[in-house]
Design a protein around this ligand. Structure first.
Ligand code: HEM
Length: 487
């Protein structure tokens, strides 16, 4: 009877699951081994997704070799998942990179960490440390304003000649992260800083190359001796460099005098068993630092490069921003975050830069935390979920002119700023961007400080730059030159 009951229960469970699988989201036909990969243009996956959405609707499935993937599209669907069913979608797919580089399976930092206690503790600590940053010393805003001043001087030293803003903007944004983590900034010409930026560039490029992606999909290949070290050499070198900076910091560490994020993290690590349970160990210090660099610099600097490009392409909008800066701030004092509420037009322009620039088109991958029913579909626990943020930021059902740069999306008839719920460049819900406040501050202070001092114009002999972008770690503008003419 026992055997009969067991077999019966298993069979019943199997039938129940099979019935549920009948409600699995629709998708393109899958081929043996490669799944549905031929349906995706990996250089522009967000565009392939838009095509598939037309055919299969807002919730469709893909198969990446053996991995089940569900793609969510459109404002309503993405909001329902990320905001109303936040915990159901809060997990992240397992990314074996760091484990295979020798950091252990228990240290994952924040951005790629599985949803759970350690992620919660590290995220809470990082958010509050960034927020309360300064602790009686320089506030974060002061640091950003100071860096904006250095950026202005560097732009001024180009003396109106054509230049590619990428290098200077990257330096400035990376310095804000350095100052947060290590309490100090670097001169743009500093040798250590140049090496950091060089390694960081390698780190990002390798992270998005074909091989790492293949290894994430077919992790068994990582068991081949020497493979992880070879493929992730950029990441390894970058992490080694972070080690050097942390060790230097530890030499002058004084628990009674917390100077920055690293100091605060080292202090947490002293809390013995509680610290270990909450994930405050040396590996996580390195990984959270790498997260803040990785997630916090390329995103912000790419957004700024889109902002300057749109000002070149739309001089009438640039004039209106400058008129508002002159009226509210004047030409003498530096912009502050308090000015933002009095500058609806500039605020709307910055929001539109983020909406139209669409810097992280697919967000970061999520994973279902449990078996769920969603919009009539069954999505099993452990399914990778991609939130198509492009389809939200350019949703035709929401935006008046989704495929044009149109700051009026964020203005009412009286020219006052209006918040829009479908504005989700930072995603939403439990995994919402941890650096949103810092990023917003950087975008406002850098943008207004530069336009207060300079007018951006196209060099005479340069063809009109392209308005479309290319997809790597983020969606970036093609390289362009500008002239910064002092005002
Ligand atoms: C996550 C966008 C700046 C740190 C994310 C995500 C997006 C995003 C779309 C994925 C959220 C999700 O999984 O649903 C942006 C944009 C930025 C920016 C557009 C600039 C314009 C920053 C900055 C920092 C930062 C300045 C740090 C100082 C992070 C971290 C995560 C994250 C740590 C992972 C959060 C988690 O998994 O809990 N960001 N970000 N980001 N961002 Fe940002």
């Amino acid at each position: 009877l026992g055997i009969f009951l067991t077999v019966f229960t298993l069979l019943f469970d199997f039938m129940k699951r099979r019935k549920k699988w009948n409600h699995y989201p629709p998708g393109p036909t899958s081929l043996p081994f490669i799944g549905t990969m031929l349906h995706i243009d990996f250089r522009n996956p967000h565009l392939s997704f838009n095509q598939l959405r037309k055919k299969f609707g807002n919730v469709f499935h893909l198969q990446n070799c053996w991995t089940n993937v569900v793609v969510l599209n459109g404002y309503k669907t993405v909001k329902e998942a990320l905001v109303h069913r936040s915990e159901d979608f809060a997990d992240r797919p397992y990314t074996p990179v760091y484990e295979h580089l020798g950091y252990g399976s228990k240290s994952e930092g924040i951005a790629i960490a599985r949803y759970g206690h350690v992620w919660k503790e590290l995220r809470k600590f990082t958010l509050s440390t960034l927020r309360n940053f300064g602790m009686g010393k320089k506030s974060l805003e002061k640091r950003v304003t100071e860096e904006a001043g250095f950026l202005c001087s560097a732009v001024g030293s180009e003396e109106g000649r054509p230049f590619d803003p990428r290098f200077l903007v990257n330096n400035a944004v990376c310095n804000v992260i350095c100052t947060t983590i290590y309490g100090e900034r670097f001169d743009y010409g500093d040798k250590t800083f140049k090496r950091l930026l060089h390694l960081f560039e390698k780190f990002l490029n390798e992270e998005t190359g074909f091989l790492p992606q293949l290894l994430n999909v077919v992790p068994i290949l990582l068991r081949i001796p020497g493979v992880p070290q070879k493929v992730f050499r950029g990441q390894k070198e970058f992490m080694d460099f972070i080690d050097v900076l942390v060790h230097k910091h530890m030499e002058s560490w004084n628990p009674a005098h917390i100077r920055d994020f690293t100091d605060a993290f080292l202090k947490e690590m002293q809390k013995g068993k509680v610290a270990e349970e909450n994930g405050f160990n040396y590996n996580n210090l390195r990984l959270v630092t790498a997260d803040l660099f990785g997630a916090g610099s390329e995103t912000t600097s790419t957004t700024l490069r889109w902002a300057f490009l749109y000002m070149l392409l739309h001089p009438e909008i640039q004039n209106k921003v400058q008129a508002e800066i002159d009226k509210v701030i004047g030409r003498e004092r530096s912009p502050t975050m308090e000015d933002q509420v009095n500058m609806p037009y500039t605020n709307a322009v910055i929001h539109e830069v983020q909406r139209y620039g669409d810097v992280i088109p697919l967000g970061l991958p999520h994973m279902t935390y449990r078996d769920i029913e969603f919009q009539g579909f069954f999505i099993p626990k452990g399914t990778t979920v991609i939130t198509n943020l492009t389809s939200v930021l350019k949703d035709e059902a929401v935006w008046e002119k989704p495929n044009q740069f149109y700051p009026e999306h964020f203005l009412d008839v009286n020219g006052q700023f209006v918040k829009r719920e479908a504005f989700m460049p930072f995603s939403a819900g439990r995994r919402v961007c941890l650096g949103e406040q810092l990023a917003r501050m950087e975008l406002f202070i850098f943008f207004t400080t530069l336009l207060q001092k300079f007018t951006f114009v196209l060099p005479e002999d340069q063809p009109r730059p392209r308005e479309d972008g290319y997809f790597a770690f983020s969606r970036s503008p093609y390289p362009y030159l500008l002239r910064a003419v002092p005002r």
